[in-house]
Design a protein around this ligand. Sequence first.
Ligand SMILES: [Zn+2]
Length: 255
Amino acid sequence: MAVEIRLVPCLSDNYAVILHEADTNTTVLIDAPEAAPIEKALDASGWKLTHMLITHKHGDHVEGIAPLKKKYGATVIGPRGEANEIPMIDTKVAEGDVVSVGNMKAKVFETPGHTAGHIVFWFEKEKLLFAGDTLFALGCGRCFERPPATLWESILKIRDLPGDTRLYCGHEYTLSNAKFSVTVDPKNAALKKRFAEIEKARAEGRPTVPSLMSVERETNPFLRPDHPDVAEAVGMRGADPAAVFTELRERKNSF
Ligand SMILES: [Zn+2]
């Protein structure tokens, strides 16, 4: 039986995601921004939370952990690199670890940049990538704890995942990201088309998450600093991709 997935909007623009595998009665939450909407989504489906996978330490990803653990007793799995700053972690994971939840398996990548200890979870069989605040639809996370060149190295670990992988990110930032993206990749016809689709989705109140990795590779400028059109658009033709990525990140910070 296929895995069921619920996208749960939390706080002002966060997303939590719930995976449910009926065969094993396993219910997995990815990130815990706040308990109430997650409990509501679980109750509506009649699911009991068994695991929480946490991408990083920020409050808008962890504040629901304690109340949800109190209610359901779920196992909390999170990044070893910042486990001391995340409440109630049972299992610490790092680069290359494989997390087993029911019959599902997720590979862990360490993706320093947004925070130093940030991790992402890749479910190869289910074709799902939970990227937290490392990679967004049409964007990437702000570099609070590591320089942009380090985030670029992190992103290279996940950029070439299969194109039919669905990207779930931590926030609904896509419209704002789209407005920026067209300024640094103005010749990209696929991006223009996607921008129009995103405007329509948001005007109708629909989420733009998940997206596909194939679409991100074609349209997300933060996956394309090594494309000549993007380098050219920021006046850095022939420059090192890490330097172009840094320029993109700095421009986005002040956009
Ligand atoms: Zn964050």
